[in-house]
Design a protein around this ligand. Structure first.
Ligand SMILES: [Zn+2]
Length: 326
């Protein structure tokens, strides 16, 4: 069995020549599409693109139709060309999946993007034992150590309340899918202030509302939005900084990168990540107890060398491009 870095993802080649794409657009027998972030939009070159229904719906809300979609729900499995495939929640965003492939008795886990901490919307990633673990390593360096999520949430809520008290609109410039909905949910559960959202954030949030019917938000451009803007007391969530008519806004970002980077021009930044930090990734590897670990994305070399020091056979796929497994 071999794995190779291809495009945004990877391609797995079994000993008998069968191939599986992992978040890659290479034309393979089938593709595992882990979640609905645009950098993981893939599988369109394969005969079938396996994903959860939520992933398909969020892509749809972002204007992307996946025509070769095969639906796979959490806890279910399917046989694709002799490979048994199942999916488990990865904790990263709505519908995000860890793929488990049964390859003639050997188990391979592909994590896609992973969060090992519970959030206001999602349980942490499930884990299970496997022979081979292909794991993301976005924050795979020891410099990345996130605070408890509840503490970050408390800082966000405090900043919103202070900004409102100053007569300004607390505004968030965040990823339209995932982080934006987490901010909406946090505001909904912490205070009684309307959340105005951009159209892009709103169309993804309407998919989230199917899973979380209590979520409340007002989409800009509607009559209700004009009323909210007239009233002036609101939280604004968008994928980019915009003018809010005559209202004065204070802008913030919420991303794991806020831990090590400064965001010039913003009034506040919060290290709120949808990914596991270094310690979370190490714990996940330990719970899977694999014979081989392949790391990809972000700090993959640093993470692989740390795992080797812990006694694992670990290889960075960003460094090696092509790895023979087992
Ligand atoms: Zn992602």
């Amino acid at each position: 069995m071999e794995i190779a870095r291809r495009g945004n993802g990877a391609v797995l080649t079994l000993d008998d020549g069968r191939t599986v794409a992992l978040d890659s657009d290479e034309p393979m027998a089938f593709a595992c599409v882990s979640h609905a972030h645009m950098d993981h939009l893939s599988g369109r070159g394969s005969r079938s693109a396996v994903m959860t229904e939520e992933t398909r719906l969020i892509f749809g809300a972002r204007g992307v139709k996946v025509r070769n979609h095969v639906r796979l729900d959490f806890g279910r499995s399917a046989d694709l060309g002799g490979v048994r495939v199942s999916v488990q929640p990865s904790g990263h965003m709505l519908g995000s999946a860890v793929f488990e492939l049964d390859l003639d008795g050997r188990k391979l886990l592909y994590t896609g993007d992973l969060n090992t901490q519970a959030s206001i919307l999602h349980d942490p990633a499930w884990s299970t034992e496997a022979d081979v673990l292909v794991i993301e390593s976005t924050y795979g360096s020891p410099v990345y150590r996130f605070e408890e999520r509840e503490l970050v949430y408390a800082k966000v809520v405090r900043w919103i309340k202070e900004t409102l008290r100053d007569g300004r609109v607390p505004a968030f410039s965040v990823y339209a899918a995932g982080k934006a909905q987490e901010v909406i949910a946090l505001v909904n559960q912490s205070m009684r202030v309307p959340v105005l959202v951009s159209r892009d954030v709103g169309s993804v949030a309407s998919v989230y509302k199917r899973a979380y019917p209590w979520m409340e938000f007002v989409v800009e451009g509607t009559e209700e939005a004009s009323e909210v803007l007239r009233d002036g007391e609101l939280v604004y969530v968008s994928e980019r900084v915009k003018s809010l008519g005559g209202l004065r806004a204070s802008w913030s970002v919420a991303t794991g990168w806020a831990l090590t980077r400064s965001f010039a021009g913003f009034d506040a930044s919060f290290a709120l990540s949808s990914h596991a930090d270094f310690a979370g990734l190490v714990e996940y590897v330990e719970s899977v107890s694999p014979r081989v670990v392949v790391t990809m994305y972000g700090s993959s070399s640093v993470f692989a060398s740390h795992l080797r020091r812990l006694g694992y056979r670990a290889i960075s796929l960003d460094e090696r491009q092509n790895v023979r497994l087992l």
